[in-house]
Design a protein around this ligand. Structure first.
Ligand SMILES: Nc1nc2c(ncn2[C@@H]2O[C@H](COP(=O)(O)OP(=O)(O)O)[C@@H](O)[C@H]2O)c(=O)[nH]1
Ligand SMILES: [Mg+2]
Length: 457
């Protein structure tokens, strides 16, 4: 989207994947789409009606034959005149057809440019445009279902519903501020408190759904950490169901980061195997441990893996590891005691220092299903309920910022009876929410969002 958002020239792109296929579609959008239709097909196309015809080159030879569809503005995906030429999906034919269209005044579309135009012409809002890209890129059925719900406006509706209550509240307060003699009574009125606390709980519920939606799209990082030979690579392979990481009895086998994706109830999880944490002398191993720490700083969750056969006093090893691992309070830790097949009696603790504890044997595959269940629990993966939509971390940020303004506004009211400051905070709150649907979004951000789309979308 380097051309900016104001360029209205006619754009064209291959809308189907390049390569060989039964059908290939060239899509054209913009003011010249109608005249291009007429020249290429040599027919007057009836709007929105499939017309079987030839596609002509400028020397009147036939490039291909197929279906033409013309959607005059504003009743099209982009809101502009849109033409679809559906021919045979071969790379050479499609290339010739696209070149013909370009010679008639269109230019090649940039990634996401069709969707960007749909957004700019108010056909879809920003979160719906993002949902199109998420639907195309979805890595699981759950993600695809969530994306289609967002595309159909479920996410935008819940944000707009919340926003309209914030705005109504602000207008109510501002109206009262205009009549100062009544202001104090009005501000101590329980009605405002009640509405604010209702808005507060709606925020929490939207935030919960959006966080789940972001997990659905972006997945969860889960790092395996522990001493050398605890069985991290074995556990990684066991969870991934393949030999992704090298397993040997030699300490210090894993030196670099090895990652692998698995799905838990449709949620993508990036499993990260790391080098064993100890006082390494070897330079390569030291670098491996540094990388492990780096992953641990940025992960969502971490498994602290202990070799139970070696360390009966496993609590001490956990304590020691927690001292060595750089602390990050947002990381959810869980303790996994491995090699349960080698010990006679198992610890019965379910929690240690508020961290869940579970026994497994990575080698024998024992306890792995329970471990998966526990992971789902602590990562709050719950997609049994219908109606989750896809969301992005950009959305979570905006909701969080909006929520902070709401809380600050309530604080101003409770502490200082400051109606004006409450109204001001509600205005910021509204602006943050509007970033999600794109009403208040900088061109720069829009450019960044659409440039990650594929061409032809
Ligand atoms: N008996 C038994 N051996 C295991 C288990 N998990 C791993 N091992 C063995 O422990 C050694 C180290 O395993 P590895 O996965 O490479 O550990 P890492 O250094 O933490 O990655 C290997 O010989 C594995 O076969 C287990 O659950 N039971
Ligand atoms: Mg290893």
């Amino acid at each position: 989207m380097q051309r900016g958002l104001t360029d209205k020239s006619t754009i064209a792109a291959l809308a189907t994947p390049s390569g060989r296929g039964g059908i290939g579609i060239v899509r054209i959008s913009g003011p010249d789409a109608k005249s291009i239709a007429k020249i290429v097909t040599q027919k007057n196309l009836t709007p929105r009606q499939a017309t079987y015809c030839n596609f002509f080159d400028d020397d009147h030879s036939v490039i291909d034959q197929g279906i033409s569809l013309l959607f005059p503005a504003p009743h099209s995906f982009t809101g502009e005149n849109v033409l679809e030429l559906q021919g045979h999906g071969g790379p050479v034919v499609m290339d010739m057809l696209l070149s013909r269209v370009i010679s008639l005044g269109a230019r090649i579309a940039e990634p996401g440019e069709f969707s960007a135009r749909a957004f700019l012409n108010d056909k879809i809002d920003l979160s719906q445009a993002e949902a199109i890209s998420d639907l195309i890129n979805s890595a699981s059925q759950q993600a695809a279902k969530g994306a289609i719900r967002s595309l159909q406006g479920e996410f935008s509706n819940s944000i707009e519903d919340l926003d309209s209550r914030v705005v109504a509240m602000r207008l109510y307060i501002e109206a009262a501020i205009d009549f100062p003699e009544e202001e104090i009574d009005f501000l101590s009125d329980q009605k405002i408190q009640k509405s604010l606390s209702e808005i507060d709980s709606s925020f929490l519920s939207v935030l919960k759904s959006a966080t789940q939606g972001a997990l659905l799209r972006e997945g969860i990082n889960l790092v395996l950490a522990g001493r050398p030979n605890a069985g991290k690579s074995s556990l990684m392979n066991c969870l991934a169901g393949k030999n992704a990481s090298i397993v040997t009895a030699i300490a210090g086998t894993t030196r670099d980061i090895v990652d692998e994706y698995i799905h838990l109830d449709g949620i993508p999880i990036r499993l990260v195997d790391t080098a064993g944490i100890h006082a390494a002398k070897d330079e390569v191993e030291k670098e491996g441990i540094r990388r492990a720490f780096d992953e641990l700083q940025h992960t969502d969750a971490a498994i602290i893996l202990i070799d139970l056969s070696l360390d009966k006093a496993w609590e001490k090893v956990v304590d020691q590891l927690l001292i060595e691992i750089p602390y990050n309070s947002t990381v959810k830790p869980l303790i996994v005691l491995n090699k349960m097949d080698l010990v006679d009696s198992l610890p019965t603790e379910q929690l240690y220092r508020a961290m869940p504890v579970i026994c497994v044997s990575a080698k024998k595959g024992e306890g792995i299903e329970s471990l998966k269940g526990l992971l789902k629990e602590i990562l709050a993966i719950d997609f049994s309920e219908e109606g989750s939509f896809i969301a992005r971390s950009r959305h979570i940020d905006a909701i969080n910022r909006a929520y902070e303004h709401l809380k600050e506004g309530r604080n101003q009211l409770d502490q200082f009876q400051a109606g004006e400051l409450l109204a001001e905070e509600l205005r910021y709150c509204h602006e943050s929410l509007c970033e999600i649907t794109g009403q208040f979004t900088s061109d720069d951000l829009l450019g960044r969002i659409f440039s990650t789309f594929c061409i032809g979308k």
